[in-house]
Structures are given as structure tokens and as C-alpha cells.
Design a protein around this ligand. Structure first.
Ligand code: ADP
Ligand code: MG
Length: 402
């Protein structure tokens, strides 16, 4: 998944519980035909089996212990609300869609906020206005992702348009789609997936609720937050263990770093083997003995591999981390063809020196010849590491046109 994170260009967010704390404060109870505390009691009881952030905030606002034996026939309608029997009376608590579904006429609320309409036995009794708070670093997290080269951020939510638009503006999210049912979220994710420039651009979905599970699976990489419900966590590829959304940017950068180091390792190993193959071919064509014994080759490779174990700890240039990264085989082969033969030039010069200067030109002197090449081989491989680092620098200067 780190590779997918490294190539992520689009990040799609769910709103409630993902970008917002999902710990609502009940800020008002309006148009009530029942006393306020009775409305809260009905809502809190009806919602008592739900794990939705709205339910949790209603429990909190109600503040008293809940006797769940008073509640029966619970039906949670994803993206709409809850219908349940409380003390034998049918209570519907949810958004406008739920009221429409039940054919109950409701009162619009003049305040901006998430609304829970409440009906008892088919009769509208009022609504509860709850103001959700944004997560502390949500806005910074979006800004950091933009700075890290994420091209587009999108907000998908089942909540009302007015609330969704406000959150998107406050957070600096590019596109927003509201009043979506769980199925609509998947359709939107599919639409966004089809708008990508290609397979190499990745789309991440970040969500927390039951209604996000399908979208989490559908996206290239599904990320769920720490407070997410179990089904969202199960559907996700990555679960954030910290509340702070800034870890998203960390994840993307870590992905690019790991990806960069993997590419380094492949480039170095491929070019070194490519170069060695050249040298051995040249030597075998002209020498009357083996240029190097199998044991030499094995030891040389082992030492080389030990030196390569440092790569995972290597830092990546800040320039490299600035853009989404994708797998590019042609870049690797270019590197292999360019750098590989350079080490062969050193090898061939060594052959000539061993042959003419040290007169290792017969079978009796083959051991000295082999030792010479062994030592030069180790040196040329470390020189190749240095060359590699320089090559990367120059290449990145070129990429950023500086
Ligand atoms: P989001 O997509 O922003 O996470 P959800 O899809 O979970 O939001 O919910 C969408 C809307 O459906 C909520 O804003 C709310 O109006 C309504 N809703 C969903 N579940 C409940 C519930 N348990 N109680 C009341 N309303 C709910
Ligand atoms: Mg949610």
C-alpha cells in the first residue's frame, strides 16, 4: 500500500466523523410540540443501538442512563437515520430524506447545522440542531496534502448541502457532493476513478462510517480513521491510529520515501549486474583462464549486499518527495544501460593493467589476476554508489528546471 500511497493524486473524504469530530453538540431543539427533554429522550433512546456519531452526541446531550429494554424493532437506515419503537411508540429520527421516506411533513431549519428531525407515531414533533466541530488539524492536513502535490481533494457526504458546502469552504476542499446515500458515494468514487489520467494515478478514500464501507473497498486505497466503526476498518487498507489527520501527509511522504529507496535498490543492483555481465563476457573472450573464481564472486556479492542494507535508512531528496511517484520501468533500464557499462570500463582497465603491468598473462599467474580484479570490483562498486547519488541529484535538478 505504500506504493499506492506514493502515487496518490486524488483524496476523497467523507465528512461526518472523518473531517469533523463527529462529537456533536446539541445546540437547539426547534419547532417542538413536545417538551425539549422529552424530544431528546425519544431521540437518544431510539438511537441508542446506533454507532453513528450523531447517536453518540444525542446520548451525550441526554446525559442520563439509557434503559435499552424500552427500545425495540430498531431499524437503522444508512444515510438517513433510525426508526425504532420506544415504549411501544414508533419514533423516526433522521434527516429530511427519512421524513420523506415515511411521508411525514417536516419543518426546515433556518440555522446551518446537521438536523435530526423527529416524528413520533407518524407525527412531526420537532428537530434537534447539532453543530459538529471540525477536527483540530483538518484544515492544515488538507493544506499539507496540497503542498505535497495532491492534485484534487473531494468531500462526499450524506449530510445537507448547506452544511457540506460550509465545511468544504472552511477546509479548502476543491469539490463537494452532498446528500448522498451510501450507494451514491460508491457511484461518485467510481466516477472519480474513471476521470483519472491513468492507472498510475491513485485515488484514496478516507471514511469512518457503515455508509463508507463500499467506497473504501472501491477506491485504490481505503483509509479509515481511528474512531471508525468496525465495518469501515475492515474494509480499509490502512487504519489511522492517531486522531490527528496530519498523519495522512506523513503516510504519503513515507510511501514516496520507501518507494524511492526501493527504486534505488533495484537500479543499483540491476546496473551492477548488467556491468558485471559485460566485464565477464569481455574477459572470457580474451583470457586463457577464469577471470574470477565462483567463490570470489559470491564473497563480492555478499559484501555488496551488506552495503546495500543501508538503503532503507537513506534519506530521499526533498525534491523527490514533492510529487506523487509512480513505477517507471524505462527510467530503470535507462539507468542500467548508462551506469552499468561505466563499471565495466574500470574492469577492463584493470584487466589491461593486470595483464601488461603485472604480467599476469599466463595460467600460472591467474591467482594474482583474480585478486586484482576482486579488489577493483569492490572499489568500483562503491564508486558506483557515489556516482549513483550524483546522478540522482543532477536528474532532480533537471526535473525541477532549476
Ligand atoms: P457522512 O457521509 O457525512 O459521514 P452519513 O452518511 O453517516 O454522513 O449520514 C448522512 C446523514 O444521514 C446525516 O447527516 C444525518 O442527517 C443522517 N443520519 C445518518 N445516520 C443517522 C442517525 N443514526 N441518526 C440521525 N441521522 C442520521
Ligand atoms: Mg462518516
Amino acid at each position: 500500500y505504500l506504493e499506492t500511497l506514493a502515487g496518490t493524486k486524488y483524496v476523497v473524504f467523507d465528512k461526518t466523523g472523518t473531517m469533523t469530530q463527529g462529537v456533536f453538540e446539541v445546540t437547539g431543539v426547534h419547532h417542538n410540540t413536545l417538551p425539549m427533554d422529552e424530544i431528546l429522550e425519544y431521540a437518544a433512546l431510539a438511537e441508542s443501538f446506533s454507532s453513528h456519531p450523531i447517536s453518540r452526541s444525542l446520548q451525550k446531550a441526554y446525559g442520563k442512563a439509557i434503559d435499552q429494554s424500552r427500545v425495540t424493532d430498531v431499524q437503522e437506515v444508512s444515510g438517513k437515520g433510525v426508526i425504532a419503537k420506544v415504549d411501544g411508540r414508533t419514533v423516526a429520527a433522521g434527516n429530511a430524506k427519512l421524513m420523506e421516506m415515511k411521508g411525514i411533513s417536516y419543518q426546515e431549519c433556518h440555522s446551518v447545522g446537521t438536523i435530526v428531525h423527529l416524528a413520533v407515531d407518524g407525527e412531526y414533533v420537532g428537530h434537534i440542531l447539532i453543530a459538529d466541530l471540525l477536527k483540530p488539524h483538518a484544515e492544515e492536513a488538507i493544506r499539507a496534502l496540497k503542498a505535497a502535490g495532491i492534485r484534487k481533494t473531494v468531500l462526499l457526504t450524506g449530510d445537507a448541502k448547506r452544511v457540506a458546502d460550509k465545511v468544504a469552504v472552511d477546509l479548502g476542499i476543491d469539490e463537494v457532493y452532498s446528500e448522498l446515500l451510501p450507494g451514491d458515494k460508491v457511484t461518485m468514487v467510481e466516477k472519480l476513478l474513471s476521470q483519472k489520467a491513468g492507472e498510475k494515478e491513485k485515488l484514496a478514500f478516507v471514511g469512518d462510517g457503515i455508509n463508507d464501507a463500499a467506497a473504501l473497498r472501491q477506491s485504490d486505497i481505503g483509509i479509515s480513521v481511528d474512531s471508525a466503526v468496525d465495518i469501515a476498518k475492515e474494509s480499509a487498507d490502512i487504519i489511522l491510529l492517531e486522531k490527528d489527520l496530519m498523519v495522512l501527509e506523513d503516510g504519503v511522504l513515507e510511501g514516496r520515501k520507501t518507494f524511492g529507496n526501493i527504486t534505488k535498490y533495484i537500479k543499483m543492483t540491476a546496473s551492477s549486474n548488467f556491468g558485471n555481465m559485460f566485464s565477464v563476457m569481455a574477459a572470457s573472450a580474451f583470457l586463457p583462464f577464469l577471470p574470477m573464481l565462483p567463490i570470489h564472486l559470491l564473497i563480492q556479492n555478499l559484501l555488496y549486499d551488506i552495503s546495500q542494507t543501508t538503503i532503507p535508512f537513506d534519506r530521499m531528496d526533498a525534491d523527490y518527495l514533492r510529487k506523487p511517484r509512480k513505477w517507471d520501468a524505462s527510467d530503470i533500464s535507462r539507468f542500467m544501460i548508462f551506469i552499468g557499462p561505466i563499471s565495466s570500463i574500470f574492469d577492463i582497465v584493470t584487466y589491461l593493467v593486470m595483464w601488461y603491468v603485472f604480467s599476469c598473462n599466463s595460467v600460472e599467474h591467474q591467482t594474482l589476476f583474480q585478486s586484482g580484479w576482486f579488489i577493483e570490483g569492490l572499489l568500483s562498486e562503491s564508486q558506483q554508489n557515489i556516482l549513483f547519488i550524483e546522478y540522482q541529484r543532477v536528474k532532480y535538478f533537471k526535473e525541477c528546471n532549476c
